[in-house]
Design a protein around this ligand. Sequence first.
Ligand SMILES: N[C@@H](CCC(=O)N[C@@H](CS)C(=O)NCC(=O)O)C(=O)O
Length: 224
Amino acid sequence: MIKLYHCMDARSFRVLWTLEEMALPYELVMMPFPPRFAFKDYLAVNPLGTVPTFFDDGMRMTESSAIAHYLVTRHGSSPLAVAVDEADYGPFLNWLYYGEATLTFPQTLVLRYTHLEPEERRNAQVAEDYSRWFMSRLRGLDGALQDGRDFLCAGRFTAADISVAFALLLAGQLGLDVRFTPAIVDYWTKLQQRPGFLAAKAAQERAAIAQLGPDRSAWSPALK
Ligand SMILES: N[C@@H](CCC(=O)N[C@@H](CS)C(=O)NCC(=O)O)C(=O)O
């Protein structure tokens, strides 16, 4: 049985989106963000306090892009995976890692110094520096999309798109999407229309209302 510990629109959304695209059964545990402070029992599940934590029977994982990769390779021969013998296997892995390590990391500094730190420790300069750093790193994505492709590799939607698209979702939460190039806006707009994306959005909303209550400000107390 698959079990996913998740916070609204956090990196664990990569996993939730993959599960919905693959129509796999799962149990979703919604927690207020950040669980390290707002749901301390979670530290027994994941001492880092980060989301996702994912279980497949007894096996536990905590890296969102790796879990997406695991799901599309371990659970059936999914078109969301690019196989080792396909020409785009290398680009597939590269985009999968780029989404987290290159695109998401600088945004966490923006999030921290605009929302998570107490008022007196917030720092507009740090936030702007890392926003610019993120934007310059997006050049890799913009360049790849210049040929009008809808998906990053193998000519089809894969887990690599999920990994990169999460970084675009986070950018929207931070107000950085106004700086997206037309090619990135176009790519991201189409991905958000996918039934799997919409199902994942609806699933987290339903579970949050059921498990955390209807007051949205309680879902992410640190982001008020
Ligand atoms: N590299 C990890 C990072 C996990 C991570 O830092 N998740 C964030 C949510 S987007 C988190 O839990 N932050 C809260 C905290 O650090 O306490 C992944 O891709 O899953």
